[in-house]
Ligand binder design. Structure first.
Ligand SMILES: C[S@@+](CC[C@H](N)C(=O)[O-])C[C@H]1O[C@@H](n2cnc3c(N)ncnc32)[C@H](O)[C@@H]1O
Length: 230
């Protein structure tokens, strides 16, 4: 069980990085209908979305309490909810009101899912079996990454896990490496730093209470990092 308090009512404004860089992706109602499809997510991730999602699901079990700090397009949350089942509980957060309402509508038939507005960088209280941070870190500036990672770790109860899935530095020979660099420079300016720093290094002192492991996929382009609380 988790005791959870949100700061929903105190979030007056959106962070500048979101409105400056990602208005088209997350704050524009007429585009979300197109983007919020599994086939689009699968395409953006070069056909790897389901493999990466399956990697997350393999760490979850029926009855788990799961915290998801940001909305994900497509059916990631529905798959998490199905894996933990009605005995489990999924808490989804997002900082953008539009994403909160979209996600609420998308998951309205699932009584064990609760969606609310919150900032992943601001400490929330709770104790979860798992925290699933799916492609959030590459979208926030480094100083926010350094707030989000410890905030997520603090939500993990002993024996539980934080699961971070995100971009990673592709191998030198990867044919898509130059293109991805261009895409990041153009559209995702906070992503490239994940090519040169470990997610574990963003954890600060909280990280010492966790056992860390990392698996990369698709020629190093993606990483799944598991932090298990001792
Ligand atoms: C999880 S990330 C990227 C997911 C991936 N591109 C996808 O949807 O398939 C996208 C979400 O993060 C949210 N977000 C960005 N900064 C946040 C923060 N500090 N706290 C909570 N949500 C945040 C955005 O509003 C957006 O809905």
């Amino acid at each position: 069980m988790s005791d959870i308090t949100t700061q929903e009512t105190t979030l007056d404004t959106l962070p500048a990085y979101l409105s400056d860089v990602y208005t088209w992706a997350y704050l524009t109602p007429r585009l979300t209908g197109f983007l919020d499809r599994q086939v689009v997510v699968q395409t953006i991730l070069w056909g790897n979305a389901q493999r990466l999602i399956d990697g997350v699901l393999s760490h979850l079990k029926p009855g788990d309490a799961v915290f998801q700090p940001a909305a994900v397009y497509g059916d990631f949350s529905r798959q998490v909810a199905a894996t933990i089942g009605p005995q489990g509980r999924l808490e989804v957060r997002d900082i953008a009101p539009l994403q909160v309402s979209l996600t609420r509508r998308k998951l309205a038939d699932l009584a064990h899912v609760h969606v609310a507005r919150a900032d992943a960088a601001a400490p929330e209280r709770g104790a979860f079996d798992a925290v699933t941070c799916f492609f959030l870190l590459h979208e926030v500036p480094d100083e926010v990454k350094r707030q989000v990672v410890p905030a997520m770790l603090n939500l993990v109860q002993p024996g539980g896990q934080a699961i971070f899935v995100d971009y990673h530095r592709p191998h030198g020979w990867h044919p898509l490496k130059p293109l991805m660099r261009r895409i990041f420079q153009w559209l995702e300016p906070f992503a490239l730093s994940l090519w040169s720093q470990e997610i574990q290094a963003l954890a600060g002192s909280v990280g010492a209470s966790f056992r860390w492991s990392k698996r990369t996929r698709f020629g190093g382009m993606y990483q799944t990092v598991i932090a298990e609380r001792r």
